[in-house]
Design a binder for this molecule. Sequence first.
Ligand SMILES: Nc1ncnc2c1ncn2[C@@H]1O[C@H](COP(=O)(O)OP(=O)(O)O)[C@@H](O)[C@H]1O
Ligand SMILES: [Mg+2]
Length: 301
Amino acid sequence: MRECVADKEEDMESRAATSGGLSSRSQGPVDGPRADAELLSVRNLKIVYGNSIEAVRDVSLSVGQGQIVALLGANGAGKSTILKAISGVLYTEDGELENGSISFAGANLKGWSPDRIVAAGVVQVPEGRRLFAPLTVRENLVMGGHLVNGAELKRRMDMVFDLFAPLRDKQERISGYLSGGEQQMVAIGRALISGPKVLCLDEPSLGLAPQIIDEIFKVLHRLKDEIRTSILIVEQNAHRALALSDYAYIMENGRVVMDGLAADLAQNRDVKEFYLGMGEASEGKSMRDVKHYKRRKRWLS
Ligand SMILES: Nc1ncnc2c1ncn2[C@@H]1O[C@H](COP(=O)(O)OP(=O)(O)O)[C@@H](O)[C@H]1O
Ligand SMILES: [Mg+2]
C-alpha cells in the first residue's frame, strides 16, 4: 500500500481538516500489482475546467489486463473528471487536459475522438446512465453494437440478458419508463455489447435501492470472475467497491492520496474510519480533532 505525504505538514493538515479525509502529497510513479500487463495508464494528469478550476492535479493510475480498479473519494474529488478525460469527452464541458498522458494498450489517446476511443475498446458508462429515453431497451442495447455483425450482436445481446435477467422480458419497453436500476442495467448492458476491453463505470450504484445495488454488484462480480473484463469503477460506496476490486486509489481535492491492494485498503484503519464509516475515532469528533489525530498518526504501511 502506498500513501501520499504532503510536501509540507501544514499543507497536509489543512487539507485533511477541510476535507475530513486522508492526508495528501504529490504522487510518485504508480505501478499497480500487475504492471506487467498494464492496459490503461494515466500519467500525471492535470485537468482544468474553463481555464480556471483545477479539478485534477498530477494524478497517475493504471488498470492491468483483467484487473478491477476502484477510484474512490468524496464528491468533487475529481473522479468523474478523470473518467471523462479517459473517454475524450472533457471538451464538451470546457475541460482541458493541461498536462499528462493517457495510454491504452500502448497507444497514446491524445487527440482521439470519443468514438475512436470507444472503438478501441475503452467504454464508459457515465454517471446518470444517459440512455436514449424515448427508445426501447432493445434499441438502446443495439446502439452499443453498431460496429459488430448480426451474429456477434445476437451473442452479445444474449450475454447481457443472461447477466441482467430482468431485461429479457422488457426489450420492447421504452427505456425512459424503466426503474433507475433497470436503466443502469441497460446502460451497463449497452457498454458490454460494444465489447469493451476496459469498462469505465461512473457511480453505478448512485441513487439505487440497496437491493438493486446488490444486483448490480453481483453482475460486476460475474464480469470479473467469468468474463474477466477489465474495469475502472468510480464509487462512493467504498465498501462494495473494495470488495469487488483488486486495486484501489483514493482521491481528495484532485489528487490521489492513497493507493494499494483493495484488500489492504479495506483493512486499513484510516480508510475504515473515513471511508467505510467503521471507526470509533471519528465519532463525535470535530475536524479539529481529526487534525490532531492526523498529527499523531503518520501514514502507515
Ligand atoms: N463541467 C464543469 N465545469 C466546471 N467545474 C467542474 C465541472 N465538472 C466538475 N467540475 C469541478 O471539478 C471538480 C471535480 O469534479 P468531479 O470530477 O465531478 O468530482 P467527483 O466525480 O469526484 O465527484 C469539482 O470541484 C467540480 O466542481
Ligand atoms: Mg462524479
